[in-house]
Ligand binder design. Sequence first.
Ligand code: GDP
Length: 195
Amino acid sequence: MKVNQAEFIISAVGPSQYPPDALPEIALAGRSNVGKSSLINRMIQRKNLARTSSKPGKTQQLNYYKINSDLFFVDLPGYGYAQVSKSKREIWGKFIEQYLMHHEYLKLVLLIIDLRHPPSKDDQIMYDWLKHNGVPMCVVTTKADKITKGQWQKHVKIVRETLRMEKHERLVLFSSELGVGKDELWEIIEQEISK
Ligand code: GDP
């Protein structure tokens, strides 16, 4: 996709703040600091539209970014941040669950995972939950530049095995630093929003 225009629209704390535009939405899920903002910035070739690494875990909001007049990227709050209390985590869970289950414009969830490490317990829970609920998803393993190219496939295999992914399920190897995976991911997104 050729991105001519990308703008931050709103940090929505509830459904009443969701933008009125009936555009397809691509949501990004992943633990805090995994690289969701960086991935958005890379996809739209902007250095700093999505804010990277402000206060991990603090935000209980959905950040909407409008891309051309084609779609929204929706950055979900990062999960698995140790200092967030259990009660806050539950609120987080309910809020996100509401969005993921009942949002008619949601076309695809990108589950962002750090390629360097096996998926965490939280990653596994998220993956299982999305699959169980039939939410269309694509796993994106990011920070690929942090390991040598020769190791990439070995790590992809570990991610696939840990999540117990089936062969046909999609995984995109990504690096926000290098731009690896950008075109492949855009193709998948375009395919989903044209359905
Ligand atoms: P978020 O909390 O998921 O939005 O994570 P950020 O996008 O803020 O990224 C967290 C940190 O990881 C920042 O310091 C980024 O510069 C770094 N980072 C994110 N993606 C990549 C990547 O693909 N390669 C490298 N080398 N660093 C990355």
